[in-house]
Design a protein around this ligand. Structure first.
Ligand code: RIB
Length: 295
C-alpha cells in the first residue's frame, strides 16, 4: 500500500508579534523567519519522518527548489511534484506571545492543478492505496471522484474550510481528520459530541478524528470510540501541530498499529512539533517520538 498526498506547498514567512494584528492596527514584529510549510508538505513530511513511503503530488513555481531539496532530505518521493512557471504558494504567519498563530494564504502554484495532471498522477496508484487531501489546492471534487473511481481510500483533512468544499462528495471519504470549526461547517453542530454524532449519521462507515486543540482528540469508527488527551508542553509555535498529528495518524494506520497507540504517537509527535519554530522542520522523526513515549 502506497500513500499519495496531493497537497499544498507554501513558503511560510513567519513574523513574531506581541499580539495578532487588529483591523487598522500597525505593529512591529520582533523577528522574521522563513520556513517550508503548506498543509500538504507538512503532512507528507510527518508521514515520511514517521517512516511511511509517501509520494507528494502538487505544484511549485520557479522559486520552489527548496521543496525538492526538502523532499530529498526527508525521503518524500517527489516524482509527481511538478514545477511550473509563476510563484510557489506562500503565507504570511503571525505568531503571538502565546504561540498562537494566524495565517494569510496566497495559493500560487497550489491553485494551478489541471485535470490532466491529476489523471496522470493517479494513474500510478491502485485500489487500496491511500490518497491524502487538504483544502489548499484546486480541483478537490475532481480529485476525490477520480481517486474513488480507482478504488483508493481517501483521507480528507478539510482545512482550511471554505465553500469550495461543499462541492466535494464526502460520502467517498474513508477517513476524516478535522477540528471543531471544520466539524461545525460540515454538520452544523458546535459541541464535540454532537459533531461526532452528525458525522456518524452522514458518514457511517468512515473513520473520524476530531481534534479539540488543548482538549485533545476523539477518534470514532463503527466499532470504537477513543479519547486522546494532549501531552502538555511549553509551546513556542503551534503551526503544523495538526499536520503532524494527521501524518502520524495515517502512518500508524498504515503500520497496522492498535488505534490507542496510533493516537498516542500522533499526540506525542504533535506535542514535540509545537516546542520548535516553523512548520515542516519542526516535525519530529519516528525514533524521537518513540523515545519520548518511552520516557
Ligand atoms: O497547517 C499549517 C500550514 O498552514 C502552514 O505551514 C501554512 O503554510 C498553511 O498552509
Amino acid at each position: 500500500m502506497k500513500v499519495l498526498n496531493i497537497g499544498s506547498l507554501n513558503l511560510d514567512h513567519v513574523y513574531q508579534v506581541d499580539h495578532i494584528l487588529m483591523p487598522g492596527e500597525t505593529e512591529s514584529s520582533s523577528s522574521l523567519n522563513h520556513f517550508l510549510g503548506g498543509k500538504g508538505m507538512n503532512q507528507s513530511t510527518a508521514l515520511a519522518k514517521a517512516g511511511v513511503e509517501v509520494y507528494h503530488g502538487g505544484m511549485i513555481g520557479q522559486d520552489g527548489q527548496p521543496f525538492l531539496d526538502a523532499c530529498k532530505e526527508y525521503g518524500i518521493h517527489d516524482e509527481y511534484l511538478k514545477q511550473i512557471s509563476g510563484e510557489t504558494g506562500h503565507t504570511i504567519i503571525q505568531i503571538d506571545r502565546n504561540a498562537q498563530n494566524c495565517i494569510l494564504l496566497f495559493g500560487g502554484a497550489n491553485q494551478k492543478l489541471t485535470k490532466e495532471y491529476i489523471d496522470e498522477t493517479l494513474s500510478h496508484f491502485d485500489a487500496g492505496d491511500i490518497l491524502l487531501l487538504q483544502n489548499e489546492v484546486n480541483l478537490l471534487p475532481y480529485i476525490v471522484d477520480a481517486a474513488y473511481a480507482r478504488g483508493m481510500q481517501i483521507a480528507l483533512n478539510p482545512s482550511p474550510y471554505d465553500a469550495k468544499l461543499d462541492a466535494v462528495d464526502m460520502t467517498k471519504i474513508s477517513i476524516f481528520l478535522l477540528n471543531e470549526v471544520e466539524g461545525n461547517q460540515i454538520t452544523g453542530q458546535t459541541e464535540p459530541e454532537d459533531i461526532l454524532a452528525g458525522m456518524r449519521r452522514r458518514f457511517p462507515h468512515a473513520k473520524i478524528v476530531l481534534t479539540l486543540g488543548s482538549d485533545g482528540a476523539i477518534y470514532q469508527d463503527e466499532h470504537q470510540k477513543l479519547f486522546q488527551p494532549i501531552f502538555k508542553v511549553q509551546a513556542v509555535d503551534t503551526t503544523a501541530a495538526g499536520d503532524t498529528f494527521t501524518g502520524y495518524f495515517l502512518a500508524g494506520l498504515a503500520e497496522g498499529l492498535d488505534m490507542a497507540e496510533v493516537l498516542r504517537r500522533s499526540a506525542k509527535a504533535a506535542s514535540i512539533a509545537v516546542t520548535r519554530p516553523g512548520a515542516a522542520p519542526s516535525i519530529p522523526y519516528r525514533q524521537e517520538v518513540l523515545d519520548a513515549l518511552a520516557q
